[in-house]
Each structure stands twice: as structure tokens, then as C-alpha cells.
Write a protein that binds this ligand. Structure first.
Ligand SMILES: O=C(O)CCC(=O)C(=O)O
Ligand SMILES: [Fe+2]
Length: 367
């Protein structure tokens, strides 16, 4: 019998991840600013980046960052690990199911948990990995345990060296002490920050039509910042202030970043939580399952979501709390309530509009 050639893999090795080509279609792309983080430590660099970020958020709370200190190889390793996680047998993945109904989100979220249109269920599988601190130790699949050091290094780098820089830029914009937001985003403290592997299963024509091609309705994210590592399948769209949807182009070697609810609350709407959605990819990418690697940055659980005292907010008229209901609610409560509402059976997620979350606060969903 002829021997079957197998690649020489060590026990911890996994296949190299190859990204597919970008779409050939010319879509209506969003015009996003790129922040080159290699400028951060140069003289005057932080201030220039803060100015750029300030301009970006006036238009749209989405931007790219480059030169963030992780090689493409390191990023691709995370895609490779994520792919292996989703390739595990369903019964194994279900052993790590997240307690979504109780507002817990760490672990596995199976495909099709939410009915997004009558008889049609969501097309995402998610695996969330919390911070690597004792409070969040939990059983993980072997594939994660085997690569734990690599994943932890990756996550800590994102948190401390990428998100940390962006939080400093936010403080500079608000003329606050540079470490202002760092003090409520400490890695060792409890918070809902997590690294996420996410897989969108492609849909057939009938499903796409029933959904008007919208896979995830327009929404804002819950935390402070969301970081999306570049992947080539075009599907993410941002909503412009004029209410138009524009595609986010997969910019080479970049991370796409958006601002989220908690920063919006903390700045009384000055740092705007950006509205985005996920739609059917263009025809040349329709048959692929879209794998994502994301990092969600959220304030420490105990952070009260009340507006900060900033002279900039005062000057620009953002001082008065317009949404008094956010005062007294903590970041931890907000996120848990939003997660739990997101899976609750009685919530018409399929509809556009406002959803009550906690203490009179609402979340809006867009077409
Ligand atoms: O997959 C994407 O590009 C965006 C995902 C997203 O909006 C989310 O998970 O909140
Ligand atoms: Fe989102």
C-alpha cells in the first residue's frame, strides 16, 4: 500500500491559515482615516494622532490602525487557531457553551441561537476568550490550551499596547490626564474585555432574500472599543452621519477600530458609538464562511457610566447629561444586560427600533 504523504506536524502544530483574495467588485467604500501607531512614541506623535482621531470621530467613529506591533504571521496564527476551534465536533464545542441567557458571554455561542426573521436563524458561531486573569479561568478546548501562551501574549499585547494607546489618544482629545481611561481599563481587574473568534456561515439565496441581505442588523457595540483584525471578506458596513451604509474595505495589515457605547456614555455622546452592520458579501465571496478575529475592549466592571468632567465637553456643550439614566449604571451591568437581552426569546431582535436594556437605558437597532 502506498504511503499517504502527510505534512510533518508536531503535536501543537496546526495548518497555516490562508486568507482568500479580496473582492473584485468596486463597492461604495467608507472613507476612513488611518492612524499609524508607530508615530505614537515619536516627539509630538501622540498629539498628531489624537488630532487625526479627533477628525475621524467627527465624521464616523470607525478608523484603521497600522503598525500596531503584531506581525501578519502572529495575526494569521490566531485565525488558524480560530478555524480549528470551529472545526471541533459540535458536542465538544457545546461543553464550553457560554451562559448567554445569564449575561455571560465567555465560551462558545452556537450557530442559530436567535431567530432573525421568521423561520431564519442567525449564521454566527462565536468563541469568546476572556482576560487571562484568575477570576476568569474556565475550562477551554484542548486546542486553546495547547496554544494558551500564544493567545495570552496576543490578547495582552492588544489590550496593553494597542487599546492602551488608543485610550491615551481619547484622553488627549478630552484634555484629560493621559492615563485617565487607562485607569478604568486595567488588564488585571475584572471587565468584559475578550478576544473573539467569529465565523459567519454563508447563506443561500432564499435566506439572503428573506433577510434583505442583512446578516446582522445595524447596531452599536457595548464596550469602549472594538478591534477587528483585517480579513478579506467584505461584509461589514458603517452608517454615515447622513444615514447611508458604506462598506469597510479590508485595508492591508490593518485593524479596523470602532468606538462603542461605554465611551459614548462616558463622554456624553462626544465620542460616538458607531453604527454598523454585516451584510451578504459580494458575489465573488458569497460561498465562503467568513472568519473573524476581534478584540472587545470594555471598561472595568465597576466603572460608573457617567460623563467625565472634561473642559472640552464643557466647551463644546456636551457637559449636561442628556441621558441621565446612564448615571449610576456600571459598565459591568450594562454589558451583561445587553448580552442577556440579545438572546432573550421575547426580544424582537428581528425588528428595527429601540430595546429597553437596564434602568431605562435603551439600545437602538437599525435596518
Ligand atoms: O464581523 C464583523 O465585521 C463585525 C462584527 C460585529 O459587528 C460584532 O460582533 O459586534
Ligand atoms: Fe458590532
Amino acid at each position: 500500500m502506498a504511503a499517504v504523504a502527510t505534512p510533518a506536524l508536531g503535536s501543537n502544530d496546526i495548518p497555516t491559515y490562508h486568507q482568500i483574495p479580496e473582492t473584485k467588485y468596486e463597492l461604495e467604500w467608507a472613507d476612513l482615516v488611518t492612524l499609524d501607531l508607530s508615530q505614537f512614541d515619536k516627539p509630538g506623535g501622540k498629539e498628531r494622532l489624537a488630532q487625526q482621531l479627533h477628525d475621524a470621530i467627527q465624521k464616523i467613529g470607525f478608523f484603521y490602525i497600522t503598525n500596531f506591533g503584531l506581525s501578519q504571521e502572529a495575526v494569521d496564527r490566531q485565525f488558524a487557531i480560530g478555524k480549528e476551534v470551529f472545526n471541533l465536533p459540535m458536542e465538544e464545542k457545546l461543553q464550553y457553551r457560554a451562559e448567554l441567557e445569564k449575561g455571560g458571554y465567555n465560551g462558545y455561542k452556537p450557530l442559530g441561537l436567535r431567530e432573525v426573521a421568521p423561520g431564519i436563524f442567525d449564521n454566527t458561531e462565536i468563541y469568546n476568550i476572556p482576560k487571562f486573569i484568575p477570576a476568569y479561568e474556565r475550562p477551554q478546548p484542548e486546542i486553546i490550551n495547547q496554544h494558551r501562551d500564544e493567545i495570552e501574549q496576543f490578547a495582552r499585547h492588544i489590550h496593553n499596547n494597542i487599546a492602551g494607546k488608543l485610550l491615551v489618544l481619547c484622553a488627549i482629545i478630552l484634555e484629560l490626564p493621559e492615563d485617565y481611561f487607562l485607569n478604568c481599563h486595567r488588564y488585571e481587574e475584572k471587565s468584559d474585555c475578550h478576544l473573539r473568534f467569529m465565523k459567519y456561515h454563508h447563506r443561500d439565496e432564499t435566506e439572503n432574500q428573506a433577510l434583505d441581505n442583512v446578516w446582522v442588523k445595524g447596531h452599536t457595540d457595548f464596550g469602549s472599543l472594538t478591534l477587528l483584525f483585517r480579513q478579506p471578506v467584505s461584509a461589514l458596513q458603517v452608517r454615515t452621519p447622513e444615514g447611508n451604509w458604506r462598506w469597510v474595505r479590508p485595508y492591508p495589515e490593518s485593524i479596523t477600530v470602532n468606538l462603542a457605547d461605554s465611551l459614548d456614555f462616558l463622554t456624553n455622546g462626544f465620542l460616538k458609538s458607531s453604527i454598523h452592520r454585516v451584510v451578504r458579501p459580494p458575489p465573488d465571496q458569497q460561498e465562503v464562511d467568513r472568519l473573524g478575529v476581534l478584540y472587545f475592549v470594555r471598561p472595568e466592571d465597576s466603572t460608573e457610566l457617567k460623563p467625565v468632567a472634561s473642559t472640552v465637553l464643557e466647551r463644546l456643550g456636551y457637559k449636561k447629561a442628556t441621558d441621565a439614566n446612564a448615571v449610576g449604571i456600571t459598565a459591568g451591568e450594562w454589558v451583561k444586560a445587553r448580552v442577556a437581552k440579545g438572546v432573550a426569546k421575547d426580544q424582537p431582535r428581528s425588528e428595527v427600533g429601540e430595546q429597553t436594556i437596564v434602568g431605562g437605558l435603551t439600545a437602538k437597532y437599525y435596518d
